[in-house]
Design a binder for this molecule. Sequence first.
Ligand SMILES: Cc1cc2nc3c(=O)[nH]c(=O)nc-3n(C[C@H](O)[C@H](O)[C@H](O)COP(=O)(O)OP(=O)(O)OC[C@H]3O[C@@H](n4cnc5c(N)ncnc54)[C@H](O)[C@@H]3O)c2cc1C
Length: 385
Amino acid sequence: MVRMVQDKFDYIIIGAGAAGLMLATAMDQDPFFASKRILLLEKQTTRSNDRTWSYWEKGSGIYDSILTRQWQQIKFKGANQALVKDIQPYSYKTLRGQDFYSYHYQKLEESNIVTLRHEAVLDLNESEDLVAVRTDLNSYSCSLVFNSLFTPPSIKEQERYPLIQQHFVGWFIRADKPIFQENVATFMDFSVPQKGNTRFMYVLPFSEFEGLVEYTLFSRDLLELSEYEQAIKNYISEDLGCHSFEILEKEKGSIPMTAYNFQKRNTDRICHIGSAGGWTKPSTGFTFSNSMRMTQKVIALLKAGESITKLKPHGRHQFYDTLLLDILARKNHLGRSIFEAMFKKRSPQLILAFLEERTTIWQELAIILACPKRPFLSALFKRLF
Ligand SMILES: Cc1cc2nc3c(=O)[nH]c(=O)nc-3n(C[C@H](O)[C@H](O)[C@H](O)COP(=O)(O)OP(=O)(O)OC[C@H]3O[C@@H](n4cnc5c(N)ncnc54)[C@H](O)[C@@H]3O)c2cc1C
């Protein structure tokens, strides 16, 4: 029989994924937490290369030493026209999950305050002055839990905010001839058949011969695996002109896109982080760079002695995302024309700043005015009335 141990910590972080590892490491590196006891619980004992993270930032950043690659040019392709644009001072950066996990695990191995245990969390029990956390092996308690387990049952039960998915399958391939333009990352290629949805190809070239080719949809329903894979095969042969290649690795995922208010589930003692905390950008599925920013906000709130319920992952941009998602939920085929209008009329720097929610209201107006008016006015009208 397993002996149950009661152990008390200041903070318990559940899940050593992107958000959990960023937060544990940030606490470890900040002298403010030097006297704290922090427990990081992760159910997986070994980490595979289960995802590739991409994000953009200006200048250098904390993960530069482990990047697989970065680009200063991106390509956007609409129905007919392709635009290749310089995005400096931004760089579009990519790192492999495996490198991210190793980087953080190595840092935490040397930590005096963070203890990593491989246990599966079964349930949480919040009382007035502590939270009890039960795992498959032990019981713990703490003053504050940071929970990255994605279990929001109520998204599907509510109708206020539609839920669509960003779903994708990607192949890392090596071609038998140079097929990739290695200095240009294809952000969105909408020239693929839309079939009534918002569908595009996302291509990250690592060299002229090697790259990631990912078929992505923003839609309600997932496809059969064979449909994603057929689309990738067609793209590699017809668009990239390659008939002989090796598949080195595959990735797939489905990221919820919703303006649902995840943080309303936060209490003074349980704070949801990562995708579970609404740190995913509702309109794009990007979570990684937002998690870096939100981690800093969590640290600042704790240091200021403020309640963690003050954490707000999105400002007024949440409303723009709500409108876009309302449109895509009702008229899923409109995604291509909206993104196409934006990329044709506005600079990529402005679009990237807008997507990372760092724009002024005037810049936001400029973006909105670039988009087709009717669907947004109709979505606005429906939201307001
Ligand atoms: C294939 C893929 C590619 C992506 N690419 C990008 C990208 O390029 N850019 C971007 O910004 N976003 C991307 N995302 C979205 C987002 O960045 C990731 O989903 C990110 O991992 C979310 O971080 P998280 O900490 O919320 O969740 P996770 O990273 O999934 O972490 C949750 C952790 O909790 C652990 N866990 C689960 N259950 C338990 C339990 N009961 N007890 C203890 N531990 C448990 C899991 O093992 C996991 O380690 C991608 C997602 C996927 C799936």
